[in-house]
Ligand binder design. Sequence first.
Ligand code: MN
Length: 735
Amino acid sequence: MTIQEQYDLLEKTVRGYNPAADFAQIRAAFDYADKCHEGQKRKSGEPYIIHPLAVAQIVAEELKLDSESIEAALLHDVIEDTAATHEDVAKLFSPTIADLVEGVSKLTRIQYATKEDEQMENLRKMLIAMSKDIRVILIKISDRLHNMRTMEYQSPAKQKQKSLETMEIYAPIAHRLGMQRMKWELEDLSLKYLDPIGYDEIVSKLGEKQQEYEAFMQRTQQQIDERLNELGIQHIVYGRMKHPYSIYRKMFNQNKSLDEIFDLFAFRVIVENVGDCYNVLGVIHDIYKPILGRFKDYIGTPKPNGYQSLHTTVMGTDGYPFEVQIRTREMHEIAEYGVAAHWKYKQNGQGAGTEGRYEWVRRLLENQEGADAEDFIHSLKVDMFSDEVFVFTPNGDVQNLPAGATPIDFAYAIHSAVGNHMVGAKVNNRIVTFDHILKNGDIVEILTSKAAKGPSRDWMKIAKSSEARSKIRQWFKKEKKAENIVNGRSAFEAELKHCGLSMKDVAASENLPGLLKKVSYSSLDEMYAAIGYGGFTAQKAVSRMQGELQRIAKQHQIEQQALEAAEQPAGKHEEPAPAPKHVKSEQGIIVEGLDNCLVKFSKCCTPVPGDEIVGFITRGYGVSVHRADCPNAARRDDPEQAGRWIKVSWGSDTNDSYPTILEVICKDRANLLLDISAALSTTNTFVLGINTRSTEDGFALCRVEVRVRDGLQLKTLMNKLNQISGVLRVTRPAG
Ligand code: MN
């Protein structure tokens, strides 16, 4: 093909999809490039202009881009490789075209190092350049595709280097932008130079079986075609072999031979509407047996890059499994040409606005300057788009937030202070509400004011990130302490009142330390503050203090009644004193003159019914009952304590049993404990514990804790213990 023929083909191709293209300008661009590159030769020996012409052909044929892109493709090497300047191109064509050419040149200038890190760094730089106008990267990928197609003329070292670069950088970008056809070709061409043996093996094996495979594919295509025609479903169906690199990767990853590769074949059915996609799926599953677990509905759930299709794998009649992809025409175009398809739709006025779906990709890439290159590669390789959203600060820094995030999340992600002083938010320069859901690529600006009131409690419900919520909670904890204390106090007092408890008792200096211990706060204000910001509740506080407060209330009652009794001179009762039998006992104890008195038995002398006893009015714990012979009770004549000792007696309704302690002193010998246990068991004594220790001089001291009904049972037990051989003494300790 002569150069003129090649140019004519280009015009024809452009005319085919864009009859309104500016052919005069395209011609001018070709002539200018031809003149600039005059005398330059490619490695193949052909005139250099062959290359820009071929790149423009790819841009037209594969990507169907606009006039400006065709012109820029024709001119893409003039700034880099000839005397022409940006200014020249801007003047002769347009500033936009000059920018496109300059953009492609910048990418060309990037020197790829062998180190992976630097490659990543360069990739990042390249992506930044690309983001200025997506057409730059589309032309650059077309340029690389043509270079790969003509790589045979380069040195082996250059072939390897360019192939690696293509595999690592350009193919993934083509994939990310949804340009599958170009991606496959880039991968296959790279593989050819990176692993010539592997590539040749696949290509030659596919060649050997070509006839068999082709016959199979033809038959299958015919079967599907006929069936869909019968049903009157408008469609296009065609089959393809998996491309060599995808087979290579499967063989390599799964360590399989070519024959073992599960699905070498893929068929594609393109229909008019989404409904037909599912109809066709039904038909396919009717003709062929579907392979379980291989159906994927990317129409219902599109891939993050916007890809839509139904995928299923079925078993063919010849025992070859194959994949079927079913999609509409529009889904197909987007899958094949990705961003370029959107570009085309926008340009032709049809499907306008769909480009906006990809707008954020460009802006995301544009704003990567401050980010760590490796992080970016990572996020590019992983499917980062499903549960995260990427937005920009006005400075172009990227903020990574959970999907569904709002300006509140953004503000707190920047800094707590930004969130706490936020008074408004702008997204893409427009004021939005705080619950506005952020989208990828949004530029978010937070309006702050020193006079801001701070966050509202509603923000906690609006915020999507736990980070924002916890920072808001922190603010309420710290900044609003005074308010929290007031709110917390009133909540606490209301709850106390609700439970019939007294605030006076809580605040009393002798009660407070014990009560605060119950709730683990160092002061009431601390507790109120916690209740106020939501870290603790009034209900919990009161329920933890309740038992203690009830005891205190009872104690007040005792003291009150004791006081009243003392004030009434003896014999001047206006009403007859109640008969003793009417007096209610508490745990079998009657406290003289007091009903419902809290009673506890002293630990020092453990009295049981029958013992002579006295009572002591404690501070806050009711009446403590001692044996009259307890050394602690000996102080009842002490004038200091005179008022606190009170007469108590055993009532007729004593408890079933009382705990008490015996001490047994005996000569230490074998089986002593066994004998003591036997004595306890023959007297049916309930044992709480036995503790024995030997003294240095051959004696054993045995402390027995038991429960007994009364003094009589205790006496019997003591006699029994005394009869044990070696026992010297059995006593009831006191004091
Ligand atoms: Mn080039």
